[in-house]
Design a protein around this ligand. Structure first.
Ligand SMILES: [Zn+2]
Length: 388
């Protein structure tokens, strides 16, 4: 199931890196490649999340500030009206629609109406209970997870592969042992939001329920895959989630202007397929996926998330697939002068060497070891055993 409505493009901060054209171009590319017309794929229009849902995560006073901000920006406070989080018309309505879309995806998967569901407009993982942050107004993954808890879910795993730490979701559920949050990101020493260190492992009563892998700038596909597979499957297997929620930000790509990792769309595709495989292995396939960051609007995001949509709706797309001429024309019209990709691949082989605790560790392996040392013992895992 794909949750989609053109109205989601109204989450538009104006002259700002988070440009809805990336979502428009994603849906157009997926549509032209036939991904949205596959047998059994349903396109569902979302409803906005209402106040009762949003206040499962956010303070009512903050909601009031978001509502009033377009008319009265000077008095809004709460992180609004800054360069990162400018105020825009319809901010409450469009943010509530993004949250409602992720909630719809989560409800459909939880109730068995869909095995997997995607909201590419979602993934606003930096929003805090009473504060906008990092381009995010309402935290749609957190609202959807809260809704799953209300529907009776007892163990929910959230995996965040955006280049930035999934700080808002981690904070909301830091003391809740029912929600495991796992975030792989560029080290907070180098990048916003400055959290996501390996020693952030969960609050009292939820020790081990937060997992953070802080990767060095320049990490490539092989390093990323090695780190992912040295941590994520182990912690998920021991947690035994009933449902997997993932934030699939595409800003780890080497062309992304806001961060410094060196991933390719081929590596991102491999990560999405690994997440799907974990949902199949552990959650009877139940997988709720959102978009997230991603600022190479033409070059990267549409291809990355079309691979995500393909992974969620059936067979993975062959990386050698050419981009359709109609889509190339649309991309060139939306962003004249930008290089429009001709194929769904960056011609990178995302193969990796599995992590080993021995030998001369490089900086990625040191990051992996730090995470394993901090959190594995809390989960009953051996940080030094590569089989764990
Ligand atoms: Zn990001």
């Amino acid at each position: 199931m794909v949750v989609w409505d053109e109205a989601l493009l109204a989450y538009d901060m104006g002259d700002h890196p988070l440009d809805p054209v990336r979502v428009e171009l994603t849906v157009a590319l997926a549509r032209e490649l036939g991904v949205l017309d596959r047998p059994g794929v349903r396109l569902v229009r979302p409803e906005p999340a209402d106040e009762a849902l949003l206040t499962r995560v956010h303070d009512l006073r903050y909601l009031d500030a978001v509502r009033v901000a377009p008319r009265d920006p000077l008095f809004a406070g709460h992180g609004l009206g800054t360069a990162d989080n400018p105020v825009f018309d319809g901010m409450h309505e469009s943010s509530a629609l993004v949250a409602g879309a992720t909630v719809a995806a989560a409800e459909a998967v939880w109730r068995g109406e869909a095995r997997r569901a995607v909201n590419v407009a979602g993934g606003l993982h930096h929003a805090m209970p009473a504060r906008a942050a990092g381009f995010c107004v309402y935290n749609d993954p957190a609202v959807a997870i809260a809704r799953l808890l209300d529907l009776g879910a007892r163990r929910i795993a959230y995996v965040d592969v955006d280049v930035h730490h999934g700080d808002g979701v981690q904070q909301v559920f830091y003391d809740d042992p029912r929600v495991l949050t796992v975030s792989l990101h560029e080290t907070p020493l180098a990048l916003f939001p400055g959290t996501g260190f390996p020693d952030e492992t969960g609050g009292p009563g939820a020790e081990g329920a937060a997992v953070n892998v802080a990767l060095p700038p320049g990490t490539d596909d092989a390093g990323w895959q090695r780190a992912f597979h040295a941590v994520v499957p182990s912690v998920l297997r021991v947690f035994r989630p009933e449902i997997l929620v993932t934030q699939c930000g595409a800003d780890g790509h080497r062309l992304d202007p806001l961060a410094d990792l060196h991933l390719s769309v081929d590596g991102q595709r491999a990560t999405y397929l690994a997440l799907r495989a974990l949902a199949d292995e552990l959650c009877e396939g139940r997988w709720v996926a959102t978009g997230g960051g991603g600022y190479a609007l033409v070059e990267v995001v549409p291809r990355a998330w079309t691979h995500l949509l393909a992974a969620a709706t059936g067979a993975p797309l062959d990386p050698a697939t050419p981009t359709p001429p109609g889509w190339r024309a649309l991309a060139a019209a939306r962003r004249p002068g930008r290089e429009v990709p001709l194929r769904m691949t960056d011609d990178v082989d995302p193969a990796y060497r599995p992590w080993q605790p021995t030998g001369e560790p490089n900086s990625v392996d040191r990051a992996v070891a730090a995470t394993r040392k901090s959190v594995f013992p809390l989960l009953g895992l051996d940080p030094h055993d590569p089989r764990d």
